[in-house]
Every structure is written in structure tokens, then in C-alpha cells.
Design a protein around this ligand. Structure first.
Ligand code: ARG
Length: 254
């Protein structure tokens, strides 16, 4: 399971070679897996990163993504963030280079899957607030990304979205055993039927929901899963509330 995450960044072909992702996708898996196109402006905080990951604007000049999407910490001008559009090929796309990366301190491939990317200039789009406690770690979540629309599928030009229900640590542990790090990870998906999930290339993107005031709050970061949208195997997300203080501190020092 651990390998899936790292391999994912390298793309579906690598995964196929590694043999962990059967290419025998079942028919009729509509586009994220089981999703539909997002409206222009619906999730204005969504960012596509050039290494093939997603992210969300934590601040106008800071993207929150997954630790497994980046190589480490330090000065880094190699990443391009694309924002402001659902269509990555739109002439309206805003593209900004990175200046620095901060990978979660202590990240070793298990849990702690978050990272911050500092941008060369601010992007004029709304940011996504992060959950600072576990009150919203339940219910139905929104997911979105330009990743594969099925296992072994291609990256998408247009942003896809879907909704997935919360899965308890107990149910998630039944699927993943000790690969799961409860307290650092939160699971979501349709356990019984599958069919809806994030997938390769969605990593680093946000899982979010509305708070009581109707404002979107980020509760997760796309991290890993066994395949995509398989029954019994939910998606695993970094539990943002666990790391909210660490993220805020890291951001203030970037
Ligand atoms: N690790 C993947 C990536 O790098 C994300 C996989 C999410 N998988 C899932 N079944 N939810 O893009």
C-alpha cells in the first residue's frame, strides 16, 4: 500500500509496470472516479501542480499539498502551480512558479502527508480555510481533482468533483490494518459499493465540506488508497485538523 503513493506521482504507466494497479478498469466508471465536471469558479481554491498533484490555496501565495508530492524541503523553483480555471488549457489559467517547499517535519511515508509550497507571487483567488479541530471530521465530503478518472486512467484536462461519505477509523482499519495511521489519517468512500473516489494525480488536493456558516473548510489531503473506488477500500486522506497548528506555524515561517 505504501508504494502506491510514491508510485502515483510517477503516473499511471509506472503503476501499471509496478503491477499494483490492474488496467482492467470496469466499464462505465464515469469521470476523480465517479465524478462530474466542476463549474468554473465553483472551487476557486483548487490548484494543479506541475509534478502531477493537486493542492489548495492555504494563503494567496501558499499551496497546501501532500508530502509525497514533493522531494523534500528548501528552495525550489521547479514547480508550477496552475489556478483560477477548471480547464487546465484555458487561456485564463494563472500559472505561478514555486520558490520554496516545506515537507512535513518527520515525514517518512507513513502519516504526516502534508507539505506547503510557497509561490513566487500571490494568486488572486479565494483561499480554503483548514479545519482546526475535529468537529467537521464526519458527514459527507467534497473531493475534486484533475487526476485519473479510473484506475490506470488518464489525467484530466477539466476539474472533476464528487462527494464521499466519512469512514470511521475502525472500518478503515478493517481494510488497511496497520498501514493506516489513525489520528493522522481520515478515510472516506462508499465502502459497500465503491465507485466514487480520488485517484492517481488527485494527491495533495483537498477533501472539504461546509461548516455551519456555509463556508468550505478543508478536512483532508488526498493521500493514498488500494486502487481507486474499489468496494471495501476507502480513500485515505491526511487528517488536516491533527496538523492545523503545525501547518499554520510552517506557513508563517515560509
Ligand atoms: N497517491 C495518489 C496520488 O499520488 C492518490 C491516490 C488516492 N487513492 C484513492 N484511492 N483515494 O495521486
Amino acid at each position: 500500500m505504501r508504494g502506491l503513493k510514491r508510485a502515483a506521482v510517477l503516473g499511471a504507466l509506472t503503476l501499471a509496470t509496478v503491477g499494483m494497479q490492474p488496467l482492467t478498469a470496469t466499464a462505465a466508471t464515469p469521470p476523480v472516479v465517479g465524478g462530474t465536471p466542476a463549474e468554473q469558479g465553483e472551487f476557486p481554491f483548487m490548484v494543479r501542480l506541475s509534478m502531477g498533484c493537486g493542492g489548495a490555496l492555504y494563503a494567496k501565495d501558499i499551496v497546501l499539498t501532500a508530502a509525497h508530492c514533493v522531494d523534500g524541503s528548501g528552495d525550489n523553483t521547479s514547480i508550477t502551480a496552475t489556478a483560477g480555471v477548471v480547464d487546465l488549457e484555458s487561456p485564463d489559467a494563472v500559472k505561478v512558479k514555486s520558490t520554496k517547499v516545506l515537507q512535513a517535519p518527520g515525514y517518512n511515508g507513513k502519516g504526516k502527508d502534508w507539505a506547503l509550497i510557497k509561490l513566487a507571487k500571490p494568486i488572486d483567488q479565494p483561499t480554503l480555510k483548514i479545519a482546526s479541530d475535529d468537529k467537521l471530521n464526519n458527514g459527507e465530503f467534497d473531493i475534486a481533482g484533475w487526476g485519473a478518472d479510473k484506475e490506470g486512467g488518464e489525467q484530466q484536462r477539466y476539474l472533476l468533483k464528487a462527494k464521499v461519505p466519512f469512514v470511521s477509523d475502525a472500518d478503515c482499519k478493517a481494510a488497511y490494518g496497520d498501514d493506516l495511521t489513525p489520528g493522522e489519517e481520515i478515510c472516506a468512500g462508499k465502502i459497500a459499493e465503491g465507485g466514487v473516489d480520488t485517484c492517481q494525480g488527485d494527491s495533495g488536493g483537498p477533501m472539504f465540506r461546509k461548516d455551519d456558516a456555509g463556508e468550505y473548510v478543508q478536512v483532508g489531503i488526498v493521500s493514498w488508497g488500494n486502487g481507486c473506488a474499489r468496494p471495501k477500500f476507502p480513500g485515505v486522506y491526511t487528517e488536516v485538523s491533527t496538523f492545523s497548528a503545525d501547518i499554520a506555524k510552517a506557513a508563517s515561517g515560509l
